[in-house]
Design a protein around this ligand. Structure first.
Ligand code: MN
Length: 426
């Protein structure tokens, strides 16, 4: 992460705050005042470790980490998922870290908002192996601090959930490692929706052209990416505790649930370690969760309309509820087929707008221009009531359904010249 931080400092700048701030509310308030900047809080009242946030809170920074352009991010993620690379650059954890007994009170774990359940680790990636097959998983999870060496962790029913169920069925704890503070490309790989038999670290290694450095844990046969802070411990079989409330993507509260409990054993810190914190509902949170859905939407649309150009889950739509898709329209009705494919590909998607290739879908004003000039409400809307929606959508019905809307903002093929943009064509 240090190398990427130098790139950020040079190309984007870092807001450095040296006055003492508290990890309770005060730090989060400052991060909220700088939604698109990288912020270093150098002096946290409750800890000797500085807080870093916003290393991937814009598409420009993520594009930089992936060595591509903003328009190339989706294609780069697809390439990484399709071309995983085995880990080769493996070191012992002892070489560059100071090891001690795990003590969460030493870390500047932020309490973000008034009604939060407590201090939350928000940029922690959990590494584990399938107790049955030995295959590896890496996934990012929010973790609520219970005491100096216990956390409760929100685990949605995906791969880590399955591993934990398999361990619990054998009456065994599940060995895990938690890494905090890594390169955004590595972090992004841990949020991709690849099959349970695939390995997120090999996708990350593909993003790093096969050179990604990983370290071997002391307590288990887990390899984790080179990170600022590495914690080792286990998910305790059968243990559950209250998790929540926590502010989710939509800037609204998620409920309290009974979730698994982690017991920590060791803590490894890099020299002058930095603690990466992701502000809940901030752009870093939205982009890391939403961006990996864009390839899914892209590939589903491509099956239907091969001239798809690009897909974005817009920041204003929480990178979750709104999509824009650009196509090279070739037959009348393409727009409607795109809508159906996009809405089916990402079940949480609520609204989708389809535009021609002359619209920059990463520019909200250009998207509005397309909707203002190329939409006729009685012809160009698709409304699907009572479809399954997002649990994060405050407007969803109690049964979890919502109304999906598609907007076809493409030019009619038979009147193309009427819609020609002078600024682009002359
Ligand atoms: Mn996985």
């Amino acid at each position: 992460m240090r190398e990427f931080l130098k790139i950020i400092e040079k190309d984007f700048g870092i807001v450095k705050i040296d006055k003492e701030v508290s990890s309770v509310f005060e730090a989060a308030k400052i991060l909220r005042e700088h939604p698109k900047e990288t912020v270093l809080l150098e002096n946290i009242g409750e800890s000797d470790i500085p807080v870093l946030s916003g290393i991937c809170n814009t598409r420009d920074k993520i594009a930089r980490a992936l060595n591509t352009s903003v328009g190339g991010i989706t294609h780069k993620i697809i390439h990484g998922m399709e071309n995983p690379r085995p880990l080769q650059n493996i070191e012992k954890i002892t070489e560059n870290y100071q090891t001690s007994k795990a003590d969460l009170s030493k870390l500047p774990i932020l309490t973000h908002y008034q009604r939060d359940g407590g201090p939350y680790i928000t940029a922690g990636v959990i590494f584990a192996r399938d107790p049955e097959t030995g295959s590896r998983n890496a996934s990012i999870h929010r973790m609520l601090v219970l005491d100096d060496n216990h956390l409760t962790v929100r685990i949605v029913p995906r791969h880590l959930y399955t591993y934990n169920q398999r361990a619990e069925a054998q009456g065994e704890d599940l060995d895990i490692a938690i890494a905090i503070g890594m390169n955004p490309a590595t972090l992004l790989a841990t949020t991709t929706s690849i099959p349970i038999t695939s390995d997120e670290m090999e996708v990350a290694n593909s993003f790093h052209n096969g050179n990604m450095k990983v370290v071997e844990c002391e307590n288990s046969n887990l390899e984790v990416p080179d990170a600022e802070i590495i914690l080792e411990g286990k998910l305790l079989a059968g243990e559950r505790a209250d998790e929540g409330p926590f502010v989710d993507l939509t800037d609204t509260y998620d409920v309290i649930r009974q979730e698994p409990v982690i017991e920590l054993d060791k803590m490894h810190l890099k020299e002058n370690a930095l603690y990466h914190s992701i502000l809940p509902a901030g752009f870093e949170h939205r982009l890391l969760q939403g961006l990996p859905q864009e390839p899914r939407v892209y590939q589903a649309v491509q099956n239907t309309v091969p001239t798809v150009q690009n897909v974005v889950l817009t920041e204003g739509g929480c990178c979750w509820l709104h999509a824009a898709v650009s196509i090279k329209k070739q037959t009348q009705g393409d727009g409607k087929n795109v809508m159906m494919a996009a809405l089916a590909a990402h079940p949480s998607l609520k609204h989708v707008v389809v535009v021609d290739e002359d619209i920059d879908i990463f520019d909200p004003e250009d998207l509005e221009y397309a909707m203002a000039t190329r939409v006729k409400g009685d012809d160009d809307l698709l409304i699907v009531p009572k479809a399954r929606g997002s649990s994060l959508d405050p407007a969803a019905l109690p049964d979890g359904t919502t109304t999906k809307v598609g907007v076809d903002a493409t030019k009619p093929l038979d009147k193309k010249e009427k819609f020609e943009r002078v600024s682009l064509s002359e």
